[in-house]
Design a protein around this ligand. Structure first.
Ligand SMILES: [Zn+2]
Length: 336
């Protein structure tokens, strides 16, 4: 019988109780992405006593992260997020197991990285990785809690394969790169990100203590504020949870990332085929860096990075030190 003293404020809750707390302590949960959402959700999970937590992120800490990513400080700038976050989380609760993995999740490694996790929390910043995560979770029948935040709006839904709609039941196709706003171009309020992560962790705790998922998508307007709950039925024509397609997991549509020789430039070719809206992308990027539109390309400069975006969505990313960093920069500034 583990010592439950430190969780007494939780065990007295009738929704959790000692039985529920033991389930949390027995659980292995992964948090994929350690940004505005993942830093808050992993903090709450560790303090709530999830017995084994794996945190995964491919990025390094940057100054602009500190506004909302609560596990990092100024001294961490330039360090990889996953080990920094894991070390800080261990300080909060030494009685549980915390693992940090500085990995770029892809179709090649997603199943291996998430193996053994009974629940996954989405802290990713792009739809493409969510589509991949959704397929991995449908394939392995692993529940996950979707969360996304942009501006002052957050979204959360518990997705339990076989019981609720999967992510593709209501989010059918991947929009062209540069169509969706990103936190870099549209901004994000730290308090709304934290509120969204809190809703996500509540959903995670409910699943861990054995509550049935409601099948609702929650949409939080953090500024008004207002919380909508929208019933999301399973789609009879869903390509993933009904049709069995694995477009992302199967790696039949790999992104092409090529390191160009003779310099620190990486060519990134996203999955999307067709033209992207270069004028729209340029307009959004003008707010955060130097932008030049010429000869059918957009050239965007910020800090030590220069990105040349072509009208088919491909980009040359100068200053990227690894394929993971190139993917990350593209995802942040153009949006996937
Ligand atoms: Zn589905």
């Amino acid at each position: 019988m583990p010592n439950l003293d430190r969780y007494s404020r939780q065990t007295v809750l009738e929704q959790v109780g000692k039985e529920g707390q033991k389930r949390l302590l027995d659980a292995h949960v992964s948090v994929l992405g350690l940004g505005a959402l993942g830093t808050v959700s992993s903090t709450l999970l560790v303090r709530a006593g999830v017995g084994h937590l794996t945190v995964i992120d491919r990025d390094v800490v940057e100054l602009v992260n500190l506004q909302r990513q609560v596990l990092y400080g100024e001294d961490d700038i330039g360090l990889p997020k996953a080990p920094v976050a894991a070390a800080r989380l261990r300080q909060m609760n030494s009685s549980i197991k915390v693992e940090g993995m500085a990995k770029d999740v892809s179709s090649a490694n997603v199943l291996g990285l998430l193996k053994g996790s009974e629940l996954i929390l989405d802290g990713t910043d792009n739809l493409e990785t969510r589509f991949l995560l959704n397929e991995a979770c449908v394939e392995t029948e692993t529940p996950w809690v979707y969360a996304g935040v942009i501006g002052t709006e957050g979204r959360v839904m518990s997705i339990v394969p076989g019981k609720t709609a999967c992510f593709r039941c209501f989010s059918r196709s991947l929009p062209a790169p540069g169509t969706l706003p990103t936190c870099e171009t549209a901004g994000v309020l730290n308090s709304v990100a934290a509120a969204t992560a809190s809703l996500q962790v509540t959903e995670a705790i409910k699943l861990m203590v054995g509550e049935e998922p409601a099948g609702h998508l929650m949409v939080l307007d953090g500024w008004s504020p207002e919380l909508l709950r929208i019933k999301m039925p399973r789609s009879r024509t869903c390509p993933v949870c009904v049709g069995g397609k694995r477009e992302y997991l199967g790696g039949r549509r790999p992104q092409v990332i090529t390191a160009l020789c003779g310099g620190n430039t990486i060519s990134f070719d996203p999955l999307h085929k067709g033209k992207v809206d270069l004028a729209g992308i340029a307009m959004r990027l003008e707010k955060i860096g130097k932008v030049k539109v010429a000869g059918g390309v957009v050239v965007f400069e910020t800090g030590r990075h220069r990105m040349t975006i072509f009208e088919d969505g491909r980009a040359l990313i100068k200053g990227a030190r690894s394929p993971g960093e190139a993917r990350s920069l593209y995802s942040k500034y153009v949006g996937l």
